[in-house]
Ligand binder design. Structure first.
Ligand code: AMP
Length: 218
């Protein structure tokens, strides 16, 4: 049982770290962005409400996201194994809601990994990012550093790759501003709780993985 949060600007590589953490620690990976995108794909009311905020790179209002997250944490897998939160919390009020929820259950966050990557690098990565459309696979490619063998096709499962609607220059720059203004205060919040560790994202993803591994093993 482990309860983790991965914090970092959109495009800092949280998703790639989550892939191995969820496997090695056998912990559910909860990405609020993925949940919202699934709601959009399924045409749910929540998805329709969330889409315009997401397309502009703005945060979805707290009241939509907090209940959604709490409902997910009530599911059996999280109760048994804990969780790895990716993309939540993104505001102090989300962090406080999570804190209250956990306290009521007598639980705590074990560690917050803060993945630090400079803005210019994030912009370049986002514009080159492609993701597998297969929800079971979700493999992530980068046309610059880690392109698929065949253009537009996933090496692992052969499904088509796609570029997220929100991975364009204007939206990414807006997302970075939103991150600095609304999410970065969480670094201070979790530092004061004594659970935050900052990892500087390296050029080679395997080097970043090694640093996160060492931190989680502490
Ligand atoms: P992500 O995949 O985590 O980058 O999320 C994509 C988009 O979903 C964000 O730009 C927000 O519009 C929305 N979103 C995801 N998680 C949250 C959250 N915890 N609070 C508010 N909006 C969110």
């Amino acid at each position: 049982m482990i309860r983790l949060i991965i914090l970092g600007a959109p495009g800092s590589g949280k998703g790639s770290q989550c892939k191995w953490i969820t496997r090695d620690y056998d912990v559910p990976h909860i990405s609020t962005g993925d949940i919202l995108r699934k709601n959009i794909a399924d045409g749910t009311e929540l998805g329709m409400k969330a889409k315009s905020f997401m397309d502009q790179g703005c945060l979805v209002p707290d009241e939509l996201i907090i209940d959604l997250l709490k409902a997910r944490l009530e599911e059996a897998d999280c109760k048994e194994k804990g969780f790895l939160l990716d993309g939540f919390p993104r505001t102090i009020s989300q962090a406080e809601a999570l804190n209250e929820f956990l306290q009521a259950a007598g639980a705590n966050i074990d560690k917050v990994i803060n993945l630090h990557v400079p803005d210019e690098e994030i912009m370049s990565r986002a514009l080159n990012r492609r993701t597998c459309t297969n929800g079971e696979c979700k493999e992530i490619y980068n046309l610059r550093d880690n392109p698929p063998k065949v253009e537009g096709v996933c090496d692992k499962c052969g499904s088509p790759l796609f570029q997220r609607d929100d991975d364009n220059e204007e939206t990414v720059s807006n997302r970075l501003n939103v991150y600095h203004n609304q999410t970065e205060p969480l670094i201070e919040y979790y530092t004061s709780k004594g659970v935050l560790a900052t990892i500087v994202g390296q050029e080679d993803i395997n080097d970043t993985i090694a640093l996160v591994k060492a931190e989680l093993a502490k």
